[in-house]
Design a protein around this ligand. Structure first.
Ligand SMILES: Cc1cc2nc3c(=O)[nH]c(=O)nc-3n(C[C@H](O)[C@H](O)[C@H](O)COP(=O)(O)OP(=O)(O)OC[C@H]3O[C@@H](n4cnc5c(N)ncnc54)[C@H](O)[C@@H]3O)c2cc1C
Length: 460
């Protein structure tokens, strides 16, 4: 069905009998879903029932309100897709660990199949079950084209160290057609969230789960069908021009897939498969395709590599030594200058700095939940100019991205901030004020690349 190296066994327990529990947090789709396909096929072979489960965890308070709404919209649609595939999905609110323990006890579970999650909180839960339950715990990678444990066995230094290995290995791991779940008998668990009237739980759970002060952003609607719509429009109308058109922040020429990829509403396997099937090749399309696959696969999976192997993927400690050293040295010299310009978190949230381009980017983020990729780099890097303590600048970048970005709280988000501070990049001598040897981006430089005034007018 698909390459078995996509699977990890978290313990040595043998399957004896009984039902199969399929649990996912970030594979919100039925098609091209290796974990669901594996679990349903196993249940069919063993003539057992399947329990497909999503938990909305009330202990994991990391997502912002925009993401939670996106998640709930996606799950709402997913219930219909499961139904159309002849399956019944359970959605339970509470502590994931307790929910799974309860289901295992009550429903004669003989095996747990989970879609791979790179978030430590959920990985720890699975490891705990692997250590304590005497039934097989199986992890299936659905988030990447090349599972991180196959792509590399260490934290990669940069895209150039991953790229070659990546393309040499990928072809072996790509299924040749869609992977759909088998139609099997499902058991629904009792306290299904969707059975509670929506109006009463919606507000209550959202406010219990997260800080709701940043408000919703309506630009993106969660769900497999919306992901498909974005992907099809992009493939047909924008992909052939991606190479050049993506660099213009005044137009929407990129795929807008980042939140859908993050929540698994669309699979990188599907994207890769369909790109390789494109018929009308010419040199322009080829250059654009290479550029797109570099972002969507290599860069995205470089971020997953960092998340998978780095001890502190969301903190400054993941930065290379040369960054830490040269930023520290810079601060020793520049203290008075930097203190003068330091902004409060409130100023930054409301886009009240001396830099109109940074303010416009922040407004775009607050209003839409996203910043155009090119301006996003500038937005992240400017923070280094304004804080005496560069570690505080780093924390603020992570905080703003996680609070407002619909694709935030993700490996890409943490790598994006880290890149602005020199991760996955090389030193750029000579040393510059505020930046040490980290690559800088300036207002003047941005003006040469695109119509900055138009962008500022649009978002101010
Ligand atoms: C400071 C900063 C913060 C960022 N925060 C996030 C974030 O929270 N979530 C997020 O998904 N991306 C983040 N990025 C990376 C990038 O900006 C976005 O992935 C991209 O803008 C998403 O738009 P798109 O889907 O239209 O991208 P496209 O250009 O259409 O690219 C397709 C896909 O490739 C992946 N991708 C594109 N660029 C990168 C990149 N540089 N690194 C890793 N993967 C990439 C994304 O999954 C994206 O959806 C950040 C970058 C920076 C500099």
């Amino acid at each position: 069905m698909f390459d078995s190296r996509r699977i990890q066994h978290l313990n040595d327990a043998q399957y004896k009998s009984w039902n199969i529990l399929y649990w996912t947090e970030w594979a919100l789709r039925t098609e091209w879903n290796c974990g669901l396909a594996y679990a349903s096929e196993y249940a069919l072979q063993k003539k057992q029932k399947l329990i497909p489960l999503i938990t909305i965890d009330n202990e994991y308070q990391h997502e912002n309100i925009r993401q939670l709404i996106f998640l709930i919209e996606s799950i709402d649609e997913l219930r219909t897709s499961y139904h159309d595939a002849g399956l019944t999905l359970s959605v339970i609110y509470g502590k994931t660990r307790e929910i799974i323990e309860k289901i295992v006890k009550k429903n004669d579970i003989g095996m747990i199949v989970a879609s791979a999650t790179y978030v430590r909180y959920f990985r720890d839960i699975l490891t705990h079950f692997g250590d304590t339950l005497s039934l097989p715990i199986v992890l299936v990678d659905d988030a990447s084209l090349l599972p991180p444990w196959i792509a590399s066995d260490h934290v990669e230094y940069g895209a150039y160290t991953l790229r070659k290995k990546y393309w040499n290995t990928v072809t072996m791991l790509t299924p040749e057609r869609n992977i759909s779940p088998e139609k099997v008998e499902c058991t629904q668990t009792h306290d299904d969230l969707w059975k509670v009237a929506k109006s009463s739980w919606y507000k209550k759970y959202l406010s219990e789960l997260t800080d709701i002060s940043c408000g919703n952003a309506n630009k993106f609607i969660g769900g497999e069908s919306h992901a498909e719509k974005h992907w099809n429009t992009f493939k047909k109308e924008k992909l052939p021009y991606y190479d050049t058109a993506r660099k213009n922040p005044n137009e929407e020429n990129t795929s807008l897939l980042s939140p859908y990829l993050h929540f698994g509403c669309i699979s990188p396997l599907q994207i890769y498969h369909e790109c390789s099937q494109l018929k009308t090749w010419n040199s322009k399309l080829e250059t654009s395709l290479i550029g797109f696959l570099e972002e969507c696969l290599v860069r995205r999976e470089l971020a997953i590599n960092m998340w998978y192997y780095e001890k502190h993927p969301d903190q400054w400690n993941c930065l290379p030594d040369w960054v830490i050293k040269t930023l520290d040295e810079d601060r020793e010299k520049q203290t008075s200058l930097l203190t003068q310009n330091e902004y409060s978190l409130d100023d930054l949230k409301h886009g009240r700095t001396e830099d109109p381009l940074w303010n416009a980017a922040q407004h775009e983020l607050v209003r839409t939940g996203k910043i155009h990729g090119y301006v996003r780099m500038y937005w992240g890097k400017q923070l280094l100019r304004w804080f005496r303590d560069w570690k505080k600048a780093y924390w603020i970048g992570v905080y703003l991205n996680d609070t407002y970005a619909i694709d935030g709280c993700s490996p890409n988000g943490y790598t994006g901030i880290a890149w602005c501070f020199g991760k996955h990049d090389r030193p750029f001598p000579p040393k510059k004020t505020h930046y040490g040897l980290v690559r800088s981006m300036t207002f003047g430089g941005m003006k040469k690349k695109f119509d900055v005034e138009k962008y500022i007018d649009k978002w101010s």
